[in-house]
Design a protein around this ligand. Structure first.
Ligand code: ADP
Ligand code: S3P
Ligand code: MG
Length: 187
């Protein structure tokens, strides 16, 4: 563990950023290094709803998912202290950003859109990968849609107190150390 002030910092750290940027990977590693409890908001939603994210989107629609995402995030801000990896769409409006920054430290996991697109194509977990008929979108279509979505969200991500540009690091370990160094300057 690094500095005395970091040891004394008992508020939560919230990792935001676009889908597949590495929030869950970094969040888990950070919690391990800092010896803090860890929660993944997507996992909380899946557990409490009893179905996968894709099933929630398919059966109830995105609006319902966003309502639940906000409800469970609010619950975490009230009842949990530790490291929390958010979903890419969790910063739904300015109020949520302000709420997280008041209740803890907000970190932005910043990964280029090309890499994001490759990663989204490599997993069947994210609803955006699929057309209405359940088929996988082409890379071009996916890239265009992700770009549009990102341009609406980046104003929220960029308000984070700490930003981690992931391509600067050659391993998760190195990225985690750099994140801790940056966090230390904010606590
Ligand atoms: N720093 C990294 N280096 C290499 N692969 C990574 C890194 N961070 C994440 N990944 C990979 O990218 C994918 C998405 O990561 P994940 O942590 O689930 O992102 P998010 O939670 O932001 O959606 C996973 O397959 C993960 O293993
Ligand atoms: O950006 C989004 O709209 C989403 C991101 C996902 O989380 P990750 O950011 O962990 O992929 C998950 O919450 C859901 O598929 C929707
Ligand atoms: Mg995640």
């Amino acid at each position: 563990m690094n500095s005395y002030r970091l040891q004394k910092f008992k508020d939560s750290m919230y990792l935001c950023g676009f889908m597949a940027s590495g929030k869950s990977t970094l969040g888990k590693a950070l919690a391990g290094k800092l010896e803090r409890e860890y929660r993944d908001l997507d996992e909380v939603i899946v557990e409490r709803e009893g179905k996968s994210i894709r099933a929630i989107f398919d059966e109830h629609g995105e609006h319902y998912f966003r309502e639940k995402e906000w409800e469970y995030l609010l619950d975490l801000t009230r009842n949990f202290r530790g490291v929390v990896s958010l979903g890419g769409g969790a910063l739904q409006n300015q109020r949520i950003v302000d709420h997280l920054k008041v209740n803890g430290l907000l970190l932005f996991v910043d990964t280029p859109l090309e890499q994001i697109t490759d990663r989204v194509l490599q997993s069947d977990e994210r609803p955006i990968l699929f057309n209405k008929d359940g088929k996988i979108k082409s890379r071009d279509t996916l890239f265009t849609e992700l770009k549009a979505l990102y341009s609406g969200r980046e104003k929220f991500y960029k308000q984070a107190q700490v930003a981690i540009k992931t391509p600067l690091f050659s391993s998760v370990e190195e990225m985690t150390e750099a994140a801790i160094e940056k966090i230390t300057r904010h606590v």
